[in-house]
Design a protein around this ligand. Structure first.
Ligand code: NAI
Length: 460
């Protein structure tokens, strides 16, 4: 079988110890992988003043697959997180985590086997935040058709490849009707292309409740970034914590697999580190590369070592990192593994998603104004009529202002009878400026065939 080259970033703290475990197990299992060592983290910062040197990114791009040990992010010195740098530089659009019950890892639940696919770039993680007034902060939650489609399609492709039966979309589209609504619509669109896989959806709060009561009902979950961040740690918790949680970051051209835990400086160099999470990540990596025979052989050996009580101290055992590794190697059964391969993951997820075009009609603008107390706003300006004023989404005008806490941030909805232009909106803003209104934020109101492309205020 052809040898494949994989970039190996050993990382900091316990990184080199747990990576050695993967190197040893792969060598014993005769996995057709050769390692290309690359640097990231503290050593790279010391040598190059950069946590992720360009050569490391080049190596990952060249080999298309990397395994990464944990890296320490120095608190001082303004160094960017190595993980975030790699994720952004390589546009790793989906984060994949497996939460699977392990033998001899005591938890409240048995038979949990959930694959969590999280959109990895956008949502509130685009990091677009502004103070609107001294008292009001705003973060843009960006959900895009393209970003959602890439992650969702990856979830279905993985489900099919791993023989999983069901993909569940986790969202809050009952409240975030437009943003999470888009994620859910894209999910339904993609699901229709995979009739062999059951598709359903669940609201994120109910999903959390179900996960901590009946986690065995879930198979594959796909989520926008923020819910995915939280729910994937919740899932790690129900199978025994971050020590046994593997993960991968998937991009259009490459993928980086890593344990979810950190560099554990408190136990580094003492032979106490548990390599389970990075071994599970390397198993995910082998599945991604299509080397499924090797992946199952290593998974079985790892599970039987744990079941036989060969465990590191964090799991209540006495084995050192190298004793645990030797225990896995002793339990490897390699008959027929070489023949069991499938095609490496297709790049279907990265197929350029179709950009849709719509004939939008501009009908007005929401003008946000900073004011202490209900502002006196003109009811008519040019083609626009003031329809409502809201505070934190609740209508406060027209009609009696409800007895609610008012903040210094009022949304004034100006709407025209017919379609208007951007120049009309500009004139509206100029007029408000001339009147001394302290506007701080503007959103255009568009519609398509009478259907609004914006949300209605509570009480509107
Ligand atoms: P941590 O995960 O390194 O450690 C938390 C606790 O879990 C410690 O008591 C540690 O000894 C234990 N632990 C973690 N992994 C273990 C393993 N494999 N075997 C046995 N015990 C283990 O989290 P912490 O202390 O918050 O972060 C330490 C450093 O790691 C920080 O610089 C942080 O930035 C970095 N970090 C890196 C990550 C990555 O590269 N993926 C992820 C999380 C943190």
């Amino acid at each position: 079988m052809d040898m494949r080259t994989v970039t190996l970033i050993q990382g900091d703290g316990i990184g080199p110890e747990i990576c050695q475990s993967v190197i040893d197990v792969f060598a014993a299992a005769k996995v057709p992988v050769q390692w290309e060592m690359a640097m990231a983290g503290l050593e790279a910062i010391e040598k190059f003043g950069n946590g992720v040197p360009p050569e490391t990114l080049e190596s990952i791009k060249r080999n298309q697959v990397a395994l990464k040990g944990p890296t320490t992010t120095p608190v001082a010195g303004g160094h960017k997180s190595v993980n975030v740098t790699i994720r952004k530089a390589l546009e790793l659009y989906a984060n994949v985590r497996l939460a699977k019950s392990m033998p001899a890892v005591e938890t409240r639940f048995e038979n949990v086997d959930v694959l969590i696919v999280r959109e990895n770039i956008e949502d509130t993680y685009a990091g677009i935040e502004h103070m609107q007034t001294p008292n009001v902060a705003q973060c843009l939650k960006l959900i895009t058709r393209q970003g959602s489609m890439a992650a969702i399609r990856y979830a279905f492709e993985e489900a099919r490849k791993l023989g999983r039966k069901k993909v569940t979309c986790v969202h809050k589209a009952n409240i975030h009707k437009i943003s999470d609504g888009l994620f859910l619509n894209v999910f339904r669109e993609v699901a229709a292309e995979y009739p062999d896989i059951e598709a359903n959806d669940i609201i994120v709060d109910n999903c959390c409740m179900q996960l901590v009561s009946r986690p065995e009902q879930f198979d594959v979950l796909v989520l926008p970034n923020l819910y995915g961040d939280i729910v994937s740690d919740l899932c790690a918790g129900i199978v025994g914590g971050l020590g046994v949680a593997p993960g991968g970051n998937i991009g259009r051209d490459c993928a980086v697999f890593e344990a979810v835990h950190g560099s554990a400086p408190d136990i580094a160099g003492k032979g106490l580190a548990n390599p389970t999470a990075i071994l599970l990540s390397s198993i995910q990596m082998l599945q991604y590369m299509g080397l499924i025979g090797y992946a199952s052989a290593i998974q079985s050996a790892l599970e039987s070592a744990l079941a036989d009580g060969v465990k590191t101290r964090d799991l209540g055992g006495t084995a050192s990192t190298s004793e645990f590794t030797a225990g896995i190697i002793a339990r490897l059964h390699l008959e027929g593994v070489e023949g069991k391969t499938v095609a490496a993951r297709s790049n279907a997820a990265a197929k350029a998603p179709t950009l849709i075009a719509e004939d939008w009609q501009l009908v007005g603008a929401d003008v946000f104004v900073e004011n202490h107390g209900l502002p006196q706003m003109p009811e008519k300006i040019g083609p626009f009529t003031l329809r409502l004023i809201s505070n934190r989404g609740t209508k406060v005008w027209p009609g009696a202002t409800p007895d609610i806490l008012l903040v210094d941030h009022f949304r004034n909805r100006y709407v025209a009878e017919t379609s208007v232009t951007r120049a009309d909106v500009l004139a509206l803003l100029q007029e408000l400026t001339a009147m001394g209104k302290h506007w701080c934020h503007v959103e255009l109101l568009n519609q398509v065939a009478g259907e609004a492309r914006y949300s209605k205020a509570q009480g509107e």
